[in-house]
Structures are given as C-alpha cells and as structure tokens.
Design a protein around this ligand. Structure first.
Ligand code: FPP
Length: 253
C-alpha cells in the first residue's frame, strides 16, 4: 500500500478530459463522516468502517497530490468524539497510531508533510509519541500538507487564541486596539496555513460540527451523500467540479 499512486500521472490524466476547466483549490478541508453507517450497511462492527475510512484518507492524499492541492485538513477526531463509548475511542486511537506508524515511510517517499491541530495534549501518550515522530520525520517535505484535526474543536481553538491574546495583553505585549482579524488569525492553530477554499462533508449531513469555525468563513461548501469510506478520487473530482461552478465573491459584488 503506497501513497505514491500513480502520481507519476500528470494532472490532466488525473482529472480526465475536462482538466482545463477545473479550478484547483489550494486548501481543502474535509469532515469525514459516515464510517459507522458504512459498517452498519455491511453488518460489520463500527471499527471496520473506521478502518475503511483510513484507506480513504490514504487514497485522498494521493489524489490531492495528483491534482495539485497543497493543503488537506481532515477532521479525524473532534473534541466531542471523546464522549463516544470508550471501546470506540480506544479503537480510533489504536487505528491512528497504526496509521502513523505504517504510513510514515510512505509519506517520506511521497513528500507528504504531516501536521496536526487540536488539543493534542489530550491524546494518549502512545498516540502522541507516534504523532510527534511522524510530524518531525516529515517536517522538511514539500509536497501535500496533510493536516489532521485531532481532539479538535473550533470553539476550543478560538478560546485558546483568546487566552493567548489575554496573556500577551497582560504581559504588555499587545493592546486591545491592536487586535484585528490578522492578529487573531496568527493565534489560531492554522496560523501558517491559508484558509480552506473548499469544505467537503460526506454522508449528507448539513452541519459544521465545530470544525474550523474561524477559518471556514469564506469557504465554499460541498456536501456529498457518499459515506467517507466510499469517498475516493472520482468523488473528489466531482466535488472540484461543483467548486469550479461557484462564483467566489468574498462578500464583494
Ligand atoms: C465519522 O464517522 C468519523 C470519525 C468520527 C472518525 C474519522 C476517522 C477515520 C476516517 C479513520 C482514522 C483516521 C485516520 C487519519 C487514520 P462516524 O463514526 O460518525 O459515522 P456515522 O455518522 O455513520 O456513525
């Protein structure tokens, strides 16, 4: 199993005939939903859905590489997901650890840079250690940035940013009048990344679910009925087709 996919494919091949007409976003964010339903439809335990979901992660990173998408942020574990049954939380953490361990050599081969955002200190020690290792191993890579949102909540991120600013103010490093959008953005976990241009949510739900609340202000949103384990290259290209039709005005005329 390789990230490398046929990346030797040109963009035109990856897109099919209409590549010239497709707009490629710089940053795509995805709410990967529907693993449980995918498993249920097959009479399998939920963890089987998460395992198939991890395969989609691998495939979609390959597709981003082939299509020229630079940043991919994936909602892999929300701050609310800690409230799932302990057995499922443990299974997700074990899967994440295994994914990081198994895929780091492939990320190196494919020039993928791993990042993570969220309250990472809440992750179990064995996952945190593997995550830190994968991030530092891939730090110098210059291809797709795969940014995993883990123990992540959009409100929590905004609260963390506010805390930082209050601390700076208390230390006399900043005044209230100096706080603007740019200063606030610089405190977010994503400070050194562009905001997502496109948000994709799988499995048909019409919610943001506390994902990137600050950064998604002007993102285009594409919802697909496909369940995450069924979301592969062609589904991503379909989402890009939809994105290409949108007229992004950022509030202007
Ligand atoms: C939502 O499906 C998905 C999650 C809560 C976890 C996402 C995890 C993965 C895709 C696999 C592991 C990730 C990596 C990066 C290796 P759900 O369980 O809420 O599905 P349901 O709504 O159908 O029950």
């Amino acid at each position: 199993m390789k990230f490398t996919l046929k990346k030797k494919k040109t963009n035109t091949e990856a897109l099919g005939n209409d590549s010239a007409e497709l707009k490629i976003p710089e940053h795509v964010a995805i709410i990967m939903d529907g693993n449980g339903r995918w498993a249920k439809k097959r009479g399998l335990p939920r963890v089987a859905g998460h395992r198939a979901g991890a395969d989609s992660v691998r495939k979609i990173v390959e597709s981003c590489d082939a299509l020229g998408i630079k940043f991919l942020t994936l909602y892999a574990f929300s701050s609310e997901n800690w409230n799932r049954p302990q057995k499922e939380v443990n299974a997700l953490m074990d899967l994440l650890e295994k994914f990081l361990k198994d895929k780091t050599p492939e990320m190196m081969e494919d020039n993928v840079k791993l990042r993570a955002i969220g309250r990472l200190d809440k992750l179990p020690e064995h996952v945190r250690a593997e995550l830190d290792k994968a991030i530092s191993t891939t730090a110098e890579n210059t291809g797709v940035t795969m940014n995993l949102a883990l123990s992540y909540g959009g409100r929590e991120e905004i609260v963390d940013a506010a805390k930082q600013l209050v601390r700076k103010a208390a230390a006399g490093e900043i005044t209230a009048d100096e706080v603007d959008n740019e200063v606030f953005s610089a405190q977010m976990y994503t400070a050194d990344m562009p905001d997502p241009d496109l948000l994709i949510r799988t499995s048909g739900e019409l919610r943001l679910s506390n994902f990137l609340l600050w950064q998604l202000s002007y993102a285009e949103i594409v919802i697909t009925d496909k369940l995450w384990p069924d979301f592969r290259h062609d589904a991503l290209v379909d989402a890009l087709r939809e994105y290409t039709k949108r007229d992004r005005r950022f509030g202007k005329l």
